[in-house]
Design a protein around this ligand. Structure first.
Ligand SMILES: O=C(CO)[C@H](O)[C@H](O)COP(=O)(O)O
Length: 264
């Protein structure tokens, strides 16, 4: 879908480096994907040679992975080690020439760059609509800086406010039982718990870790996020959830009027 953003401020270095705007062409129609690319290019400005980088997953993070690969090929970045958060990102990073490792060998990460599905005013996030929440939480939980890159459509007043899915990764064993427990936990918020499926045959979506995803949809706020997080994690059968509480250190938002950088 092409969303017109004709007023984007052209002086942004990140927009120019992304090849989208120039001083002679300061105002064009940008798509939502262009905004994701601009936010990603801005985030990659924080990456320095010698760093260990957590590589996120999704349509926004893929622009950051591509940009890091480009800067490595140009010799503008050197000695980067990438820690991918999914099999998909692993493949992309290899294809653009980023040397890869894992948390076993690199338990401390300098910077992680990833997209998000929701960002609240306190920089809490919902992640995992792409299904990679578990590895993302492991990698992004041990980084010194966690840069989140979004277009402005991801901003919400409170977590769950988009009305879209809040994912929970569960083991396959008796997933219906776990889904009903999750729905019951948030019954006062009008929660509906649905197994994530894909394709015409509606096959269950299986994560990189061999688990299922139960998507929670809320009609009302879920209240205290720490309480919600703890109560989800207390259910046997749950592996991880997509609430990323107090993890983001910086959120880079590309919107109609340009880039906004929010720091914790
Ligand atoms: O959490 C994620 C994947 O598990 C993604 O970062 C999130 O879904 C945002 O994706 P996109 O950049 O495609 O909108």
């Amino acid at each position: 879908m092409a969303i017109p953003y004709p007023h984007f401020i052209a002086s942004e270095k990140a927009a120019m480096e992304a090849g989208l705007l120039s001083p002679s062409q300061p105002s064009i129609i940008l798509t939502q994907d262009d905004l994701k690319k601009i936010a990603a290019y801005k985030a990659v400005e924080y990456v320095k040679s010698g760093m260990v980088i957590g590589l996120g997953t999704g349509s926004t993070a893929k622009h950051a992975v591509a940009r890091i690969g480009e800067l490595l090929r140009q010799g503008k970045l050197k000695d980067i080690v990438g820690i991918p958060t999914s099999k998909m990102t692993h493949e992309q990073a290899l294809s653009v020439g980023i040397p890869l490792s894992d948390l076993d060998s690199h338990p401390v990460i300098d910077i992680a760059i990833d997209g998000a599905d929701e960002v609240d005013p306190y920089l809490n996030l919902v992640k995992g609509r792409g299904g990679s929440l578990l590895r993302e939480k492991m990698v992004e939980g041990v980084c010194k800086k966690f840069l989140v890159i979004v277009d402005e459509s991801k901003l919400v007043n409170y977590i769950g406010d988009s009305g879209l899915a809040m994912p929970v990764e569960v083991i396959q064993f008796c997933w219906k039982f776990t889904a009903s427990k999750l729905q019951k936990l948030f019954e006062e918020s009008g929660c509906e718990a649905k197994l994530r499926t894909f394709g015409e045959k509606k096959e269950p979506f299986v994560t990189d870790n061999g688990n299922y995803i139960i998507d929670l949809y809320f009609k009302e706020s879920i209240g205290d996020l720490k309480v919600a997080s703890d109560s989800i994690l207390n259910l046997a059968g749950v592996v991880e959830h997509g609430i990323f509480l107090d993890m983001a250190t910086t959120v880079i938002i590309a919107g109609e009027l340009g880039l906004t950088v929010k720091n914790k």
